[in-house]
Design a protein around this ligand. Structure first.
Ligand code: TK8
Length: 356
């Protein structure tokens, strides 16, 4: 099992460091935290299928393996979780539907397509809402966030925990982007940008003068390869671990939205588990989310540097340049804030303020 964690990405990281350039340190993929706690008794055997959108080098996958290992070890092999990465069982939207019908046991979608089940989740789609990772983590661990997970009750989905997808950055194959004007294009057409299946994201890219197309994540690589879209936006870790650098020449550190992942189980599966197993699943979810956030944090700047190493032209934006994006998308905020709920936004804001 230890072999598994020795990831080729680590080796690539070591190579960059040897150049003596001040690159971010490679993430420590050597071992997940030790698994602690007693085994729970025999409450039957279960084999669960878990579908993921991302690849088997992503923090999402590595932490899901850790989740599976915790369950396996603490049930003495009675619960097995088989993980299917790379959207091979479906995309976020499809897999949530499969959870509802019980044809899939677990999935780990972004919050953004899950807003069709719990509308309040759209607060995470508001641009420039969470100014720091500390603030984002505080929000994900807050009672407000727990309330959103609880609000899945009755949908056929049991939401277990939030974890980090992260700050989203724009990439494209047409031109370097430093400003909203570069997105819209002055003499040339606006960039065509794939967005998640979520109206706030659509609104962000419309407002910036792009040509947005909502699309499932699993279709994105070939859409970019075939030039169906110029670009997309995702955290650096995803851009690296999904090999988007092969079809995207330019990246800009826009950090325009921070969206979380939500680890989910089919309510039907959940109801079949003994209470002792349910408690263990909940604990394993929490521990693996902590590990996911740790990995994701370690990946972030390092993944950006890796992309640069692999030939992507990365545009870092200074505070003024970021402010220009923030100003340009203010109409999105104004339009959506009342629908998402001013009280909810104020609640999130006070959690954010307490971390500043
Ligand atoms: C993976 C997705 C992905 C998300 C997207 O299933 O769709 O762009 O960021 O990570 O959830």
């Amino acid at each position: 099992m230890t072999i598994f964690w020795r990831n080729t990405l680590t080796l690539a990281g070591a190579a960059t460091l040897s150049l003596g350039i001040a690159y971010a340190q490679a993430p420590d993929l050597s071992d997940p935290p030790a698994i602690e706690g007693e085994a729970v008794g025999d409450h039957g055997s279960h084999t669960l299928r878990m579908g993921l959108g991302l690849s088997d080098t992503s923090p999402q996958y590595l932490s899901s393996r850790y989740f599976a290992d915790i369950l396996e070890q603490r049930t003495e092999g009675r619960i097995t979780v088989n993980i299917f990465p790379n959207s091979q069982l479906g995309d976020d939207v499809q897999m949530m539907e499969m959870l509802q019908t019980g044809s899939l046991d677990m999935s780990y979608p972004s919050s953004s397509p899950a807003t069709t089940y719990v509308q309040e989740l759209a607060v995470f789609d508001l641009p420039f809402l969470l100014p720091s990772r500390e603030a984002a983590i505080a929000v994900m661990q807050s009672d407000t966030a727990q309330r959103m997970l609880d609000a899945f009750e009755g949908t056929g989905i049991k939401a277990l925990t939030f974890s980090e997808n992260g700050y989203r950055q724009l990439t494209n194959s047409a031109r370097a982007v430093e400003s909203p004007e570069d997105v819209a294009g002055l003499d040339v057409r606006g960039l065509s940008v794939r967005t998640m299946e979520n109206p706030v994201h659509l609104s962000i890219w419309e407002t910036l003068g792009a040509n947005p197309t909502p699309m499932a994540f699993g279709e994105l690589f070939s859409a970019m390869e075939q030039g169906v879209v110029d670009g997309q936006e995702n955290p650096w870790s995803t851009i690296l671990t999904s090999n988007f650098y092969e079809v995207q020449d330019y990246g800009s550190e826009t950090r325009h939205v921070y969206t979380p992942f939500i680890m989910m189980m089919s309510q039907r599966t959940w109801d079949r588990l003994a209470p002792e197993y349910q408690e263990l699943v909940q604990e394993a979810a929490r521990l693996s989310a902590e590990y996911e956030i740790q990995l994701s944090t370690e990946y972030d700047d390092w993944a950006r540097d890796q992309l640069e190493e692999r030939g992507m032209q990365i545009t870092r934006l200074d505070d003024d340049q970021v402010a220009a994006f923030q100003e340009a998308v203010q109409p999105v905020y104004d339009r959506w804030a009342p629908r998402i709920g001013e009280d909810l936004i104020a609640e999130i804001q006070s959690i954010v303020d307490a971390t500043q």
